[in-house]
Design a protein. Sequence first.
Length: 110
Amino acid sequence: MDKYKSIFRRLLGYIKKILGYCEGKTLDEFTADSMLADACLFNLCEIGETVRPYLSELNKRRPDVPWKHMRELQRQIMKMHEVIDTHLIWDIIQQDLTELRKKLENELQH
């Protein structure tokens, strides 16, 4: 199996969990539900940790994907978990993860 397909499948698993947790939720509900936010932050960290060892390879393969930002987000969550901007995390979930999901699914189809 292609190493990248394995990585992309793992990333999709985390993304699908996050999007599933947040489906039908509002920003206010997300902000008020610390367990929901923690579950999403955990999976965002897992995304960053998954891409960490392959950053340069992934960037060469798909330079249109912000791999380094995923890693940096993970670092920020780990350092500042208690003061994370939930509005920013919500925007990442609602906008960036949906787009990333499409790109990874497209990649797996080839």
